[in-house]
Write a protein that binds this ligand. Structure first.
Ligand code: IMP
Ligand code: MG
Length: 184
């Protein structure tokens, strides 16, 4: 059975305007931090970060290479930290400065996996993480030190959707970030 929500069940957490303002602020920090570095590679993590990535790169005032990767964790395994990478057609990352772009850092497992993965690529210069959301209350004890370098919003223990984030593969198209009370 698939679950759908009525419009009135979805409460707005951040409007489209608020998101766009924060994305510009984050882009300004990135512009500043990377102004003396060449070779920026923005790596968007599919699917959840596809809208954030495309808005973020358009607010950057520098050239960047754009790549996407897709990954999923193996579901159903207690405490699973095994990931499967899909669509991994990355070019050489030698001397590159990698900015991973995620939708949300929750338990921290995905972020940890990706940071380790890119730091282990031959010759990589720097690796940082930008995330639309951070949900620190859900971080695993052993991953407490995983923090996005750039983050638009913090969220408490809510399940959020819209602006690329899904619930059961739905609601990614919403231009705002919403949540449904009692879902989580
Ligand atoms: P992790 O637990 O930090 O590894 O996060 C795994 C993934 O769960 C994120 O990249 C999101 O795709 C998804 N996720 C976590 N919390 C939410 C949420 O509130 N809404 C939608 N997706 C979420
Ligand atoms: Mg994700």
């Amino acid at each position: 059975m698939t679950i759908s929500f009525t419009d009135s069940q979805i409460k707005v957490l951040h409007s489209a305007q608020e998101i766009s303002q924060r994305v510009i602020e984050i882009a300004q920090q990135i512009n500043n931090d990377y102004k003396n570095l060449d070779n920026l590679v923005v790596v968007g993590v599919l699917k959840g970060a596809f809208i954030f990535t495309s808005d973020l790169i358009r607010a950057l005032d520098m050239n960047c290479q754009v790549e996407f990767i897709r990954l999923s964790s193996y579901e159903g395994t207690k405490g699973s930290d095994e990931f499967r990478l899909y669509d991994l057609t990355l070019p050489s990352l030698k001397d590159k400065n990698i900015l991973i772009v995620e939708d949300i850092v929750d338990s921290g497992r995905t972020a940890k996996f990706l940071l380790d993965f890119f730091k282990n690529q031959a010759g990589v210069n720097t690796v940082k993480l930008a995330s639309l959301f951070d949900k620190p209350c859900r971080r695993l004890e052993e991953l407490k030190d995983i923090k996005p370098d750039y983050c638009c919003f913090k969220v408490d223990d809510k399940f959020i959707l819209g602006y690329g984030l899904d619930f059961d593969q739905k609601y990614r198209q919403l231009p705002y970030i919403g949540y449904v009370e009692g879902l989580f």
